[in-house]
Each structure stands twice: as C-alpha cells, then as structure tokens.
Design a protein around this ligand. Structure first.
Ligand SMILES: *[C@@H]1O[C@H](CO)[C@@H](O)[C@H](O)[C@H]1NC(C)=O
Ligand SMILES: *[C@@H]1O[C@H](CO)[C@@H](O)[C@H](O)[C@H]1NC(C)=O
Ligand SMILES: *[C@@H]1O[C@H](CO)[C@@H](O)[C@H](O)[C@H]1NC(C)=O
Length: 238
C-alpha cells in the first residue's frame, strides 16, 4: 500500500490545506479619532484565515459598505482604511464579514467615534460679587466636545493656577470652581481651562472677575442654577 505524493503532503500540512470556513485572527477594535489629527486616515483591522481564502466585506450600522462607491474607502488584506474621516459620514458601528464556500462569520462591533473640542462662544462674563466669608461657585460651561475633558482654572494670569485645598475645589465632572469662605486674596479674574485628553487640545473660557461686596446683607454667592450645586454639601462639610 502506497500513498501518492500529493496525499503525503496533505497529511503533513493538514491544518493549512484542509478546506474550512473562515476564522478570525484579528477582529476590529473601537477607535476614537481626533478630528484635528495629522494622521488623515482610520484603519479598522480584520484578519481572517480560511480555505479557500475568504472574501472580507464591511458593515456600517448593519448595512453593507460598498467599498467602490466612496473613493475614501479602501481595503488592504481585509482591513478597512478610511481616508479623510468625516464625523457626519463615518461615525458608527463597524463589523467585518468574512465569507467562503464553507461558511460566513461576522466580527464583533467596533465603534468609530470622533474627538474634538470647540472654542468657547462667549467672550465676556459678568463680574461676580461675593461677601467675605461666603461660599461661591463659578461655572465653567465647556464648549461642544467629544472625548474626555479635564479642567483647571487660571487665577489672574497664566501660569498662575488655582490650587485646590480645603477651601477650593475644581469639579472634574462639570469643570466648576468652588470656593468656600471667600477671602480678600480670592479677588481677581478666573479663567476656566478645558483640555481634551484625546485630542490634547486646550481652550480657555472668558475670564470672570470676582470682587468682594460690602453691602452688609447676607448673600450666598451661587451664580446660575446648575445641577453642580448638589456637589456642595459633600465638598465643604460645615
Ligand atoms: C463631512 O460630510 C458632510 C456631509 O456629507 C459635509 O457636509 C461636510 O462638509 C464634510 N466635512 C468635511 C470636513 O469634509
Ligand atoms: C450610525 O448609528 C449611530 C447611532 O445610531 C449614528 O449616530 C450614526 O450617525 C450612524 N452613522 C451613519 C453613517 O449613519
Ligand atoms: C481682571 O481683568 C480686568 C479686565 O481684563 C482687568 O482690568 C483687571 O485689572 C483684572 N484684575 C486683576 C486682579 O487682575
């Protein structure tokens, strides 16, 4: 009994040569694309094996993408490249689909999102007056954005930042600045600094002048009714 040479080969390389349906080697991952980035393309990975070699297609929000329909699309070994990504056209959930005569598999969902930070619209903020010893909050009101933000406040002029202590607190949720028991040394201009940690871009709010008022009336200096108000009791107990 003798095997023909071709079958011997088949025994040694059974894994590679056996006919089988598509299998993922790599599935796409979610991407946050900074809108102002130098890199003007997005790559979504999809690596598959199968015999015969599977064809790979892509879906956006569940609908098949016609790669030839948009010059911005191209595929390289199954990976999807999008040139000049556009927030309106390309935001969504992507999946790759691999097909051969032995089967069809669909990848996990990968989200493409865009990170950006616009400029503050308002240029001026009205003066805030507080009685000495009272507490107050200055609202940051960050401009439209996508991506995680961090907040800081400049006191008077850069690079003098408000240092947090037992009287002063900057909320990383809202950007608002809380100052308890206002003192004469707190008088000055306050500017909110917003940083997008994804794009690394930074914008400055309009400065808010803070002055002391001496009219003798009891006056609690909350400026603007904002849900951030409810943070107050936890920050300054008594
Ligand atoms: C993105 O696409 C929208 C809708 O097609 C279009 O109005 C807009 O000009 C595009 N933006 C850029 C930067 O090309
Ligand atoms: C895909 O779906 C998301 C969520 O519903 C939506 O925001 C986005 O605009 C859609 N993308 C396209 C290209 O239709
Ligand atoms: C705050 O800003 C105003 C307007 O730019 C300026 O006139 C004033 O001197 C500043 N105050 C302080 C304490 O820097």
């Amino acid at each position: 009994f003798r095997l023909p040479w071709s079958h011997v080969c088949l025994l040694f390389h059974a894994d590679d040569n056996m006919l089988h349906g598509p299998v993922f080697l790599q599935e796409p991952s979610s991407v946050i694309f900074p809108l102002d980035s130098e890199e003007k393309k997005v790559k979504l990975n999809c690596e598959v094996k199968g015999n015969p070699r599977p064809t790979v297609g892509w879906k956006l929000n569940g609908t098949n993408i016609d790669i030839g329909m948009d010059y911005r699309y191209s595929t390289v070994e199954g990976n999807l490249l999008i040139n000049n990504p556009n927030k309106t056209q390309d935001t969504g959930t992507y999946q790759c689909v691999a097909t051969n005569p032995f089967g069809r598999i669909i990848s996990r969902e990968a989200k493409l999102q865009f990170a950006y930070l616009e400029n503050f619209k308002t240029r001026v903020r009205s003066t805030v007056s507080v009685r000495q010893g009272q507490g107050m909050v200055l609202l940051c009101g960050p401009p439209p954005h996508s991506g995680e933000l961090t907040y800081a406040w400049i006191f008077n002029e850069y690079p003098s930042f408000v240092h947090q202590d037992n009287r002063r607190f900057v909320s990383q949720e809202t950007g608002n600045l809380y100052i308890a028991k206002v003192e004469a040394s707190d008088v000055g201009n306050y500017t909110c600094v917003v940083t997008n940690t994804v794009t690394n871009s930074r914008v400055l709010g309009p400065p808010t002048p803070l002055i002391l008022r001496n009219d003798g009336r009891t006056w609690l200096g909350f400026f603007g009714c904002h849900p951030g108000f409810k943070e107050w009791p936890q920050i300054f107990p008594r």
